[in-house]
Design a binder for this molecule. Structure first.
Ligand code: GLN
Length: 380
């Protein structure tokens, strides 16, 4: 048997969560909240199941849900979307990303990845026979130099993948980045895949620079969103993809055969729940408080806190504590000190070591406090 992904092992999120569970460590590795979705949302799912919403949803998603998504994107980003043709509900952000890549990347096509990036991008490109072309960002600021990135574009470039707010760095692309990007891609055939699953987790009064705000970019883009991140239910695996009609038509050709349609009672519940926009409008303040709390509890530790402008991830530099490579240190931190994190090297193809760890702060203050106490005990 010849593996289609010879260099791929088990995803780091599964590995670290399993290690945390095995050793009873506080799990700040894989990104998920340790609190529940609201009682109302849980009740809505139950009600829809009882009411008989248990068979296949329409392939592109429940019409009412797509209408509500369109209304939300109009209100937030000024986007004028046709819910019939430009929105497809997916089984999570990762599926939307995979489907978008499968729909557009031909064997031999080049796909530009900006690293560090989510670990599904590269294998998804490789499975389609695409060639990943890596533009690597460096700590501590992780800024994109668009001119340098532009030099990687060739006639074979099919796609560029961006992610803002960025997992794992916690950085944002801002208006100036998007304006530059739009100019860069003009007169090319490059498709932009924009992973915006952390759209609401933007802090200090900043605005999310969604591709949906830039019509000149949107016309070549597929944008990915996640209910799991927005409503605290990553295990419900539901999200959506937005793109112009011509691209969405191709996206759906693949979507219909790899999932057909996403979970019906969840879609019905989300459609009802989205009527109340306060649930997502309150998220920046909710998570900014957690970021600030976590930063405060580890302020006196030997971990150096990097800036975090968005997402629910905090990067820390541990060079004052250990010379070990990231993966080794992460495992020891889990086993010996009882806190699990993600090595940032897992987000780079070359596995480079910058002595950086990613901690997820989507946790109750009580848990963050306990994790902080353990991290304060770590010394060289
Ligand atoms: N996106 C989440 C993270 O970065 C995890 C996703 C997953 O585990 N597949 O932690």
């Amino acid at each position: 048997m010849v593996s289609k992904l010879p260099n791929v092992g088990t995803t780091i999120f599964t590995v670290m969560s399993a290690l945390a569970n095995k050793h009873g460590a506080i799990n700040l590795s894989q990104g998920f909240p340790n609190y529940n979705p609201s009682d109302r949302l849980q009740q809505l799912v139950t009600d829809h199941m009882r009411a008989g919403d248990n068979q296949y949803a329409p392939m592109p998603g429940l019409p009412l849900l797509r209408e509500r998504i369109a209304a939300k994107m109009q209100a937030l980003y000024g986007a004028n979307l046709d819910p019939e043709k430009e929105i497809t509900v997916t089984s999570g952000g990762t599926q939307a990303i995979f489907t978008a890549i499968a729909a557009f990347v031909h064997p031999g096509d080049e796909v530009i990845l900006i690293e560090p990036c989510y670990d599904s991008y590269r294998p998804s490109v490789e499975l389609m026979g695409g060639i990943p072309v890596v533009y690597a960002l460096e700590a501590p600021d992780f800024r994109v130099n668009w001119q340098q990135l532009g030099s990687l574009i060739t006639p074979r470039t099919r796609m560029l993948i961006i992610n803002t707010p960025n997992n794992p760095t916690g950085t944002l692309l801002r208006d100036a980045d998007m304006v530059y990007l739009e100019a860069l891609l003009k007169n090319t055939g490059v498709i932009l895949l924009s992973d915006e699953v952390y759209e609401h987790l933007v802090y200090d009064g900043e605005q999310h620079a969604s591709v949906l705000r830039y019509p000149g970019l949107y016309e070549r883009s597929l944008c990915v969103y996640s209910f799991g991140k927005t409503y605290h239910n990553t295990g419900w695996k539901t999200g959506y993809c937005i793109g112009p009609e011509a691209l969405m038509r191709e996206f759906r050709k693949v979507h219909q055969f790899n999932v057909f349609s996403s979970v019906m009672p969840l879609q019905a519940a989300f459609a009802d729940y989205m009527e109340d926009d306060s649930q997502y409008l309150g998220l920046p303040a909710f998570y900014q408080q957690k970021r600030d709390f976590f930063q405060k509890v580890i302020a006196d530790s030997r971990f150096k806190i990097l800036p975090c402008d968005g997402t629910y991830f905090q990067l820390c530099d541990y060079s004052a504590v250990s010379d070990e490579p990231e993966r080794d240190f992460c495992e020891r931190l889990t086993v010996e000190f009882g806190v699990a994190a993600i090595p940032v090297s897992a987000f780079y193809s070359d596995g480079r070591n910058q002595k950086l760890l990613r901690f997820c702060f989507a946790k109750t203050e009580e848990l963050l406090l306990r994790a902080g106490e353990k991290l304060l005990a770590v010394s060289r």
